[in-house]
Design a protein around this ligand. Sequence first.
Ligand code: UDP
Ligand code: MG
Length: 217
Amino acid sequence: MAKNTTKDYDAELNKTVFNIKHQRTFCMIKPDGVMRGLIGEIIRRIEKAGLKVVAMKMMLPTEDLIKKHYPTSDAAWVARLGSKAKKGLADLSLTAKDTYGTDDEKLLGENVLKGLIQYMQSGPVVAMVVEGIQAINMVRKLAGPTLPFMAEMGTIRGDFSVDSPVVANVEGRSIHNLFHASENPVEAENEIKLWFGGEIICDYSLGSDDIMYCKHY
Ligand code: UDP
Ligand code: MG
C-alpha cells in the first residue's frame, strides 16, 4: 500500500481513514469507447478528478469472462436489468407491453442481457483498477447514469453517448454507453478479482495526494 499521509489517530480510526483514502474500484472502457478513440479522454477525466489508475490492460474479452463479469445467473440482477429497460420506456411515455409484447422484467432483462454479451465482445476493452477517496462513487459519478439520454452533460455517458433503449431493444442490441464502473464495494471486489486476480496492482503516490486530501500545512 502507498504511504499513508494522514496523521496518526488511534489505530482503528487510522485504518478506517486509510481504507477510505485507498478505496479501489473496477472500471472499463467498452468496445464503442475504444473504437471511437475515447480512451485518452476517459482516462483524462479519471485522473483530473484526482483519482489514480493502479492497473490497466487492453483485451478482447471472451464470452465466458463477460458472463462472469455480469451476474447472469442472478435472477434478481437480470430482473433489475429488465426494470431499467422498462423505466427507459416509461420516461418516453411508452410501455413494455405495447413495445415488446411483455412487461415481465425477467424476460426483458434476459433480452437485454443477450445483446449486452454480444456488445461487450464486439471489440477490445480497456480494463482498469482506479484508486482514491470514495473511488467507487466517484467513478460512477464520472460515468453518469446507465441510459445515455438520462446522463447529465459533464458525465462520460452524457457528453459522448447518445442512444435510446427503445431503438436498442428493437434492434436486439445493448445500449452503447461507452463505459462500465462498479456500483458498490461487493461489485468492485468481485470485478477486480475477476479481471486482475493474481496480477500486480501498482502502488504509488500522486504529487497531488497531499494537497487534495491531507493536512499538509
Ligand atoms: N443495458 C441495456 N439496456 C438497458 C439497461 C442496461 O443495454 O435497458 C446495458 C448497458 O450497457 C449497461 C449494462 O447493460 O451499462 C449493465 O446494466 P447495469 O444496470 O448494471 O448498468 P450500469 O451499471 O452499467 O450503469
Ligand atoms: Mg452495473
